[in-house]
Design a protein around this ligand. Structure first.
Ligand code: PLP
Length: 398
């Protein structure tokens, strides 16, 4: 049977693989050989499931949004990852990987972060499990994401400002890889999305797949069938989307819609719509679509949302787009803002700017009244209040 899951060589179609420096070969190989056995181990699962329930607060609700549904003429359920501890889906992955690192005998955790959300989730997991934690963050991001830097420090992590390149996420990632190369034996690198060399994309997708596992059970309860007609999620690197679609990848009854960040528009030169604009290349250890110029230099992405401006995309998602299994929509800054204010007024939920891109896909789709849509609200909007307040006059209904 055709499958959209990873194959045994670490590829999704022609995307994926592990393009890594020689010095990391043994580390990544060791992880590849062990991750599935550890993730499937009974004791690991017992501890992970206990933490997801009692610490993260899972299952996250599947909420029938009645007023939003009326607006778009279908039945819209929101998968409320915004209600998790630390405010987004990222904690599902961070907890799983830090648990796994401990099982592999590692004492030191490193991570990269852009907006700081993955850094906070990793620092949280490290505080809980008493692990040393170093977070690489571009200096530009350190300055514009003060609150998250302070949270990480309070949680006991060391935040290292990175001053190379544009001093943003891709530079922080390069620096984390450099650290890993210097300490391959005692250090574990927690990657925050479905990106990086195999087995990371598959491992992160599996850790986030609790989202679609729950959707199946919750839909069965609400609708008497365990699948929706549409699944909608935003994509930065692709982890909340991967979790949302994981158990439905090979179920053709379900239409998959992925919302990437259009920025000021895909032809404006200020965009992060990697699937629309990217060309095949290698970034951070994987063959995927990459925003690059004619010389293969990575182009700096732009989005109003700090969590979506990554110049690559997970290889799983690149393949879903190439095979036309998923519909990819670029949602611009203004469309995401409009959608965020609409959700807030209709349902009393202030979404993260990233999640607002998924909501921005709704007016671009045509639904039938009986159709069931599940849309993942990947995070809450507290961190984005400064941005929302700056534009509130333009977007608030009178
Ligand atoms: C980081 C982040 C994203 C984007 O990351 P993915 O790996 O694509 O899910 C989306 N939403 C929120 C709230 C985030 O913090």
């Amino acid at each position: 049977m055709e499958t959209y899951q990873v194959n045994e060589n670490g590829y999704y179609g022609e995307f994926g693989g592990a393009y890594i420096p020689e010095i990391l070969y043994r580390c990544v190989e060791n992880l590849r050989e062990n991750y599935r056995a550890i993730l499937e181990d009974e004791d690991f699962q017992a501890e992970y499931q206990r933490l997801l329930r009692d610490y993260v607060g899972r299952p996250s609700p599947l909420y029938l949004a009645r007023r939003l549904s009326a607006q778009y003429g279908c039945k819209i359920y929101l998968k409320r990852e915004d209600l998790n501890h630390t405010g987004a889906h990222k904690i599902n992955n961070a907890l799983g990987q830090v648990l796994l690192a401990r099982r592999m005998g590692k004492q030191r955790i490193i991570a990269e972060t852009g907006a700081g959300q993955h850094g906070v989730a990793t620092a949280t997991a490290c505080a809980l499990m008493n692990m040393e934690c170093v977070v690489y963050m571009g200096k530009t991001d350190v300055e514009r994401q003060r609150a998250n830097v302070e949270k990480m420090q309070m949680l006991g992590a060391r935040v290292v400002p990175v001053t190379s390149g544009n001093m943003t996420l891709k530079d922080a990632t390069n620096e984390a890889i450099r650290d890993w190369c210097c300490h391959p034996s005692d250090t574990y690198y927690v990657i925050g999305s479905t990106v990086g060399p195999h087995p990371y994309p598959d491992m992160v997708a599996r850790l986030q797949s609790v989202i679609s596992q729950e959707i199946k059970e919750q839909l069965q309860e609400h609708e008497g069938r365990d699948y929706p007609d549409y699944l909608i999620a935003c994509v930065g690197g692709g982890s909340n989307a991967a979790g949302t679609i994981y158990h439905y990848l090979d179920d053709q009854r379900v239409q998959i819609v992925l919302a990437e960040a259009g920025g000021l528009g895909i032809t404006s030169g200020k965009s992060a719509a990697t699937i629309h604009l990217g060309k095949k290349g290698i970034i951070h250890g994987a063959r995927t679509l990459v925003m690059q110029n004619e010389d293969g230099q990575i182009e700096e992405p732009y989005s109003i949302s700090a969590g979506l401006d990554y110049p690559g995309i997970g290889p799983l998602h690149a393949n879903l787009a190439a095979q036309h299994r998923a519909q990819i929509l670029a949602i611009n800054d203004d469309e995401a803002l409009q959608a965020a204010f609409l959700l807030t007024r209709l349902e009393g939920i202030i979404p993260a700017l990233e999640s607002a891109h998924a909501l921005g896909a709704l007016p671009k789709l045509r639904f039938k009244p009986e159709e069931v849509v599940v849309l993942t609200v990947s995070g809450r909007g507290d961190k984005d209040m400064d941005t929302y307040l700056k534009v509130i006059k333009e977007y608030q209904p009178q």
